[in-house]
Structures are given as C-alpha cells and as structure tokens.
Design a protein around this ligand. Structure first.
Ligand code: SAM
Length: 270
C-alpha cells in the first residue's frame, strides 16, 4: 500500500547528512513506521521519521564530540605503551557524557563485576557506544572474543579501529538490536544504559532482546541521574524494572551501585 512512500522516506534518510551513517535496518524500520502513519504524504512521513530518529539517537549523538573522537582514534599511540594507550582511551571515553561519567570509577568497575561473574572468555557489548574504549581497564586475557554493536556506523568504525590497533580478537558491527538481535554465544553480554532507549523505540524490547540472548550473564545498567544531574528516584525506579525483568526471565540477580550508575548482573537460566 505504502511502498512508494516507504522507499522515498528510506532514501531521504539514507542520503541525509545527519542520519545516513545509521544502520540500514534502523532507517528501514523507522521509514516503514513513518510510511504507515502517512501512506500518501511522503514529505510528512520523512518529517516524522527524522523526528523519531532524533528521539532514538539524536540526543546521544548531540552529546558526542565526533570530530575529537575521530582525531583521537586516528592518533592512537603504540599498543605496547600501556600508559599512553590508557590516556588516549580516557580522552576518547570523555568524548561522550555517558562514558565520561563512568571514568570516575572505571578502574574499579570491571574487577567488581568479574568478582560476581568470573572473568568472561567472551563478551558482547550491545549498543556499545564508546564503552569498548574501557578495554584497558577490563584486564581481559588477550584471547578473549569481544563482539560489539551499535546503530551508528561512525562509532562502529572507531571501535573496529581500536580492535585492529590493539590486536583484540573482536569485531564491531552496525546492528539494530530490535531488527536483528545478535546470535553471538558469549559468557557475558553488556547492555549499559540502553534499556530505556530501547523501550522508547518499542515497548517490551528489552525483555524480547534478553529472551533471545545466548549469554551466561547479562550486565544491565541504568543511569542513577539524568545527564542534567537530576536523579530523583531513578535508582528505585530502575531497580524495579531490573527486578521485573529478572523475575520474568527467572534469572538470579546481583546489584552493584556506583556513583552515577546502577548495575544488575543477571545470571540467565539456559
Ligand atoms: C545511552 S547510549 C549507551 C552507550 C553505551 N552502552 C554506554 O553505556 O556508554 C545508547 C546507545 O545505544 C545505541 N542504540 C540506540 N538504539 C539502538 C538499537 N536499536 N540497536 C543498537 N544500538 C542502539 C545508540 O547509538 C547509543 O550508542
């Protein structure tokens, strides 16, 4: 019914400077949704599609210093110089508010998580953002397989550059977790500060994703405050969300409270 409009909207998104580097599945999914709203009005459909993408991704990317990230990734120091590599990764993590606020406790975070789960032999970093640049503080053995995905191709390129530069056995993919959830079989999946964003895209998306995951442990995290610094009741609200998910999945849960973020480690029944 709305095929012409669908293709028109998809093309507009694909060729736009703002959205063109997003995963094609995401563009298609949003174009389809918009074409259903306005089957015979392609201009209107493109407008609402762009607005939707802004909700999904715009707030995140607005906070991301893409130019600085690109420069720093292009000038990564010798992987053998651990101190210089840490300094560069710190600067890259600081390019986005989400990973910048994690820097305050990044040294303690992964030892504390692995104390609960054991050191994983494979990791899936889902909707990774810049988080793989925390690898220097994870203390993972060199043979660990690290799979990552995000809908933003520029982030995916940066993470693949890190993997190549450091000889990490890893791959980052441009992937939409709603349209095509990964089938990686891993010890640990990370879904950090992303569940609220997935729920905004589709109600129940987090549960659907977790149901299909092939992972022994899932680390779910939620912000303890908004990016503006307000945190009224957020820890309690998200603790209820995590507890609901764990109950439905019959997963054992452990909790780790950090200054700006709450982590829930779910041991999935497989
Ligand atoms: C709040 S950021 C969190 C990034 C990272 N996990 C962290 O904790 O720093 C949300 C991330 O989810 C990505 N994202 C949003 N919707 C997605 C989807 N449907 N599939 C995959 N990634 C998505 C965004 O591009 C962004 O990098």
């Amino acid at each position: 019914m709305h095929t012409g409009t669908l293709f028109r909207v998809y093309w507009d998104l694909l060729t736009s400077a703002r959205h063109g580097r997003l995963c094609h599945d995401t563009l298609w999914r949003v174009a389809d949704w918009a074409a259903q709203q306005y089957p015979r009005r392609p201009r209107e459909a493109t407008k609402v599609a762009k607005r939707k993408l802004h909700q999904i991704h715009g707030a995140y990317v607005r906070q991301l210093d893409l130019r600085r990230m690109g420069e720093l990734v292009g000038a990564l120091p010798e992987a053998g110089d651990a101190a210089a590599l840490e300094a560069a990764c710190r600067a890259i993590l600081a390019c986005h508010a989400s990973t910048r606020e994690r820097l305050a406790f990044v040294e303690e975070l992964y030892p504390a998580l692995f104390a609960l789960t054991g050191v994983p032999s494979s990791v899936a970093d889902l909707a990774c953002g810049l988080n793989p640049f925390a690898l220097p503080w994870m203390g993972l053995p060199t043979e660990v397989r690290y799979c990552a995905c995000d809908i933003d191709g520029r982030i995916v390129d940066a993470v693949n550059a890190l993997f190549a530069h450091t000889g990490t056995q890893g791959v980052a993919e441009s992937r939409d977790l709603l349209a095509s959830p990964p089938e990686w079989d891993v010890d640990m999946a990370l879904l950090l500060k992303t569940a609220p964003c997935l729920e905004q895209q589709e109600k129940g998306a987090t549960l659907n994703l977790l149901r299909g995951l092939r992972a022994r442990h899932v680390v779910l995290s939620f912000p303890a405050q908004s990016l503006g610094g307000k945190g009224k009741g957020m820890r309690r609200t998200y603790a209820e969300t995590a507890s609901c998910l764990a109950e439905t999945l019959k997963a054992e849960t452990q909790r780790l409270d950090c200054p700006t973020e709450t982590f829930f480690v779910l041991r999935l029944a497989r």
